[in-house]
Design a protein. Sequence first.
Length: 311
Amino acid sequence: MKPNVLKIARLPDLLSERLYADYQVLEGSESGAELGATAADIRALVANGESRVTRELIGRLPALEVIVVFGVGYDGVDVQAAHERGISVTHTPDVLTDDVADFAMTLLLGIARRVAVADRFVREGAWADGPFPFTRKVSGARLGIVGLGRIGSAIARRALAFDMQIAYCGRRSRPVDYRYFATVRELAAEVDFLVVSANGGTDTHHLIDSAVLEALGSEGILVNVGRGSVVDEAALAKALGEHRLLGAALDVFEDEPWVHPGLLGLDNVLLTPHMASATWATRRAMSNLVVANLQAHFAGQPLPSPVPDSH
Ligand code: 8YV
């Protein structure tokens, strides 16, 4: 008999098709309220990086054995509640690192050189009336990275090719040549570009607040490819609207797909729909890793990419 799997997130068709082929798939919501008696037989839950898997949902699933996340971030999953019950949690690290780092540089260059605004300028015929205003130089500028994990380190490697001077902040200093700051505020005061590649969760909630934006200053640019919750979006919209910040480029938002209305009318902000890892190759690799984790679990084999106990 095929094991029962609960799917609570939108997943690429190529992954959904494989799940439907190998498992008895039920589609449900993050509350699980609609499941009724079917909840009793669910052995695996498939979510994505944005999903909320709460203690309540886990509590509704008495036979749950494994939670499989399609994404590297699992800040929405109550890992402690899962581990207390002996439920494993897996995610998809490494396979998306290059794409997210590539996209961070895309956003950084795109907002500094105002590519989206320049595109509109050409399309709207404004060029004939005069040249496009000058933009912000990237090569050689100072870059601050918030969260020097796998993705932050990959961003730093790319930025070195642009001769950027790299600094970072995080929970601890690492054995790297980049300058370390203990707080994000000190880091922001010393850089031209601040790139967020930090995890979400209570530790990093609104880490980028109005004080950090003020430290970054009116010549500073913010880029976020981590989690929307790390940035206080209302404070950011206000700072950008009052030109107390030069620009921001965001791929992630506090309440996706809702975007703070204060950001939508501004041309010093570049907005993309949480697409940093969304290339064909990487979504295929993430899908393969989800399938590999499920197969290993049901075969009693070690999981390829489990979430560690304390994170
Ligand atoms: C999403 C992400 O998971 O990996 C992560 O943590 O945020 C993304 O890759 C992806 O959008 C799937 O929903």
